[in-house]
Design a protein around this ligand. Structure first.
Ligand SMILES: [Zn+2]
Length: 414
């Protein structure tokens, strides 16, 4: 079985290498913008798309022009990869995404790719046209074919390389779904995640810790004169604070999802398939929701489970996981977001709200698996599998067949 996995390392380029990196960023950006414009022009004139083969030919011609010979200073593979990026952007556009955007010189993130001729040793990485660059190999690079490398500059001015490796791995036998080896996980703001086996992950509230210093830094930045040296210095201060939060979140997400996916006894995990972009439209909760990183957490959980042959069941975000009593199945419609304890008005079942929801998530997930075998609602077993069409007759779910694009702004289990 072939597995693609990216490994990211910090690069520490010397001053002249930084110049070379900047040159690569610039040339790649130039080629991208030129290709986007050319494809647009070609379409307007001839009413059809310019093929990638002909686009490459055009680039070769362009490089030979007297005023574009500087393009040869950059690794030609990086330029070809840039063309591929433009092709992908146009493919996405024809699939319904927005029109490809021109790249800005002062964009926060800059990147280029090096698809071939990359070598890695213990503390150095060799890049074509640039040579050996110092690198912090905080973990060993596994054996395998290097598919591509992406060199990036973060807003804080730090450079990193992400190496995509094709590995041969043994086939993982998938676990059987068993009720006593299944847990439901309910994510929330107050507690980051509550598992139906009683486990809890506290919300570290990483942004809140930096909020005061971020506010101060941003205020200072906006007061400084545009184009001044102090302003560009202050920009770095803001960027570094943001980076600190992002790094901490990244660390938290991987450690906590590892605990659930690998260290836990469970072989099947049920979660809600949250539509985070919709939830974020709630202005009161947007910052808190964005700060949690549920989407990243679910992705990390999904691939960690898949690597270990464990199952992930995603239930519909519209399933009444916090409102339906798990004992008598009566819907407690009067439950408010502020009610932290679930008390059933019919059978008087009392339980912590999040724990109750996690039990329901497990119940809905298993119900779908067992009762509607084959055609279940939004069940994902691996990160690559696609969503299955919703079926209304599955018990325990109330799928809104219409109006899926406009789900409620305030969701019940938050
Ligand atoms: Zn009840």
């Amino acid at each position: 079985m072939i597995r693609l996995k990216a490994y990211k390392y910090r690069l520490k380029p010397r001053a002249e290498q930084i110049t070379q990196f900047d040159q690569h960023f610039g040339h790649v950006r130039f080629v991208k913008n030129w290709a986007i414009a050319l494809k647009g022009r070609y379409y307007r004139r001839f009413g059809k798309g310019l093929s990638s083969r002909r686009l490459q030919d055009q680039l070769v011609k362009k490089k030979k022009l007297a005023n574009c010979q500087w393009l040869s200073d950059t690794n030609s593979q990086a330029l070809l990869a840039a063309l591929m990026d433009v092709e992908t952007a146009f493919k996405k556009f024809f699939g319904g995404a927005g029109y490809p955007k021109f790249k800005r010189k002062y964009a926060a993130w800059q990147s280029f790719q090096a698809p071939q001729h990359v070598e890695a040793t213990k503390n150095k990485i060799k890049l074509p046209k640039i040579g050996w660059v110092d690198c912090v190999m905080h973990r060993d690079l596994p054996e395998g074919k290097i598919k591509t490398c992406t060199i990036k500059r973060a807003p804080s001015g730090k450079y990193s390389i992400s190496i995509l490796i094709e590995q041969q791995v043994g086939k993982v036998m998938p676990c059987i779904i068993e009720e006593d080896k299944t847990i439901g996980v309910d994510v929330g703001i107050k507690t980051f995640a509550v598992c139906s086996d009683g486990g809890e992950i506290k919300n570290p509230r990483l942004l809140d810790r930096q909020l005061v210093s971020l506010k101060q830094a941003q205020r200072g930045f906006s007061r400084m004169k545009k184009g001044s040296k102090n302003r560009s210095k202050q920009k770095m201060v803001v960027a570094k604070l943001h980076e600190k939060v992002a790094n901490a979140r990244h660390d938290f997400i991987h450690k906590s999802s590892y605990n659930v996916a690998v260290k836990n006894h469970a072989t099947t995990v049920c979660i809600e398939d949250l539509q985070i972009s919709n939830l974020i439209r709630n202005p009161k909760l947007a910052r808190h929701i964005a700060n949690c990183g549920w989407g990243m957490w679910a992705n990390a959980l999904a691939y960690k489970l898949a690597e270990n042959g464990k199952n992930l069941i995603r239930i519909s975000p519209f399933a009444p996981s916090s409102k339906e009593c798990r004992k008598c199945h009566n819907k407690h419609t009067g439950l408010k977001l502020s009610d932290r304890v679930f008390v059933c008005p019919v059978c008087n079942h009392t339980e912590d709200r999040d724990l109750h929801a996690s039990h329901n998530i497990k119940r809905f997930g298993l119900q779908k698996e067992f009762e509607a075998a084959g055609s279940v609602v939004t069940v994902k077993r691996s990160p690559s599998s696609k969503r299955v069409k919703a079926r209304g007759d599955v018990k325990g779910t109330d799928i809104l067949s219409s109006g899926q694009s406009k789900p409620p702004l305030e969701r019940d289990s938050v």
